[in-house]
Design a binder for this molecule. Sequence first.
Ligand SMILES: *Cc1c(COP(=O)(O)O)cnc(C)c1O
Length: 385
Amino acid sequence: MASPSFVPFVDLAQQHHPLRSELLAAMAAVADRGDYILGRSVLQFEQSFAAACGVCHGVGVGSGTDALTLGLQACGVGPGDQVVLPVNTFVATLIGVLQAGATPVFVDCDLKTGLMDLTAVEQAITRRTRAIIPVHLYGQMVSPLALRALAKAYDVIVFEDAAQAHGAEREGLKAGSVGLAAAFSFYPSKNLGAMGDGGMVVAQQELVAQTVRSLRNYGSTRKYYHTDPGGTNSRLDTLQAAVLQIKLAHLDAWNCDRNRLAKLYDQALSPLAHSGIFPMVNDSGSGHVYHLYVIRLTQDCPVDRTRLQQELAAEDIQSGIHYPVPCHLQPAFHHLGCGAGNFPIAERLSQEILSLPMFPGMTDNQLEYVVETIAKVVKAHPVLI
Ligand SMILES: *Cc1c(COP(=O)(O)O)cnc(C)c1O
């Protein structure tokens, strides 16, 4: 079999190609209708996406970050409230909490899955804790049953950051349906991505949804009458909603393909366990939607991570690190008072993790080439004793 000449990290052009005429027709229809702001496609997609998540309401906003901010605000989270979140997440989770005016309280994560450590969450809860934000990292949900038990025992809100988990499922529940509300992002490379920025808050309660509808639209639901002081301008574009409506029909099939590819990776990589290379653990079977496929290069691995990335790049294989610096060590947030050593598992993972190419439509040939190349690099670096 010939080696593929290039293995991209994600391939959006390839994903859009078979949908090209359908996508262009939907965009042309928006152009012709002229309902560019909060048009028909927005309402249609809000309903379709909420239904796909198993919840009643969806409110389209400008980005995942705004979905976090406005969603938290609509759940009544604000100044004086503590919000518990993991440090190993994309920084937007933290930005959402800060923009809502609440006080972030960081917790560490589990070494094998990277998911928020729920024992640590329990220990971090105080009388001021208002909400916990589970991040369904890499496409795997934090246990819904455990989250609901925590919410009940401590009378706190669960607000999911589901930006990496469109369509994910665990213990019979869909991502977005576990807590009071959830935030999704439609950043292009997400499992369901727009052709630009976009986000959504999904919620079971009408009141929460109505509040986000107001907040995203200058704090008003009736033109020129403003009832909500926390309002801003953050709406999902009608054009993006039209694109997302078409792509939503393919989400389950794409997630299935990601899951299949992950199983192939797991199998193909298993001989490398002897060299200290392990995939992150899947505790949720086919409900894991593998936004990212992440491996760990543990201390037994003879190859340095930077070196492996360079050698992969030399063979035209892209890779990534999600994320190289945990939130509490980001220079922008030094003032929050945390430092090195505070969250040892997340800090260790940030040094060990590597994300390999993963996208629906990736070929078996591409996947085998990635694993063969890793094996070749490892073999070229004998274990030092
Ligand atoms: C992508 C992402 C966000 C932010 O979404 P944007 O649409 O880029 O603002 C938030 N949280 C997590 C975990 C993400 O991966």
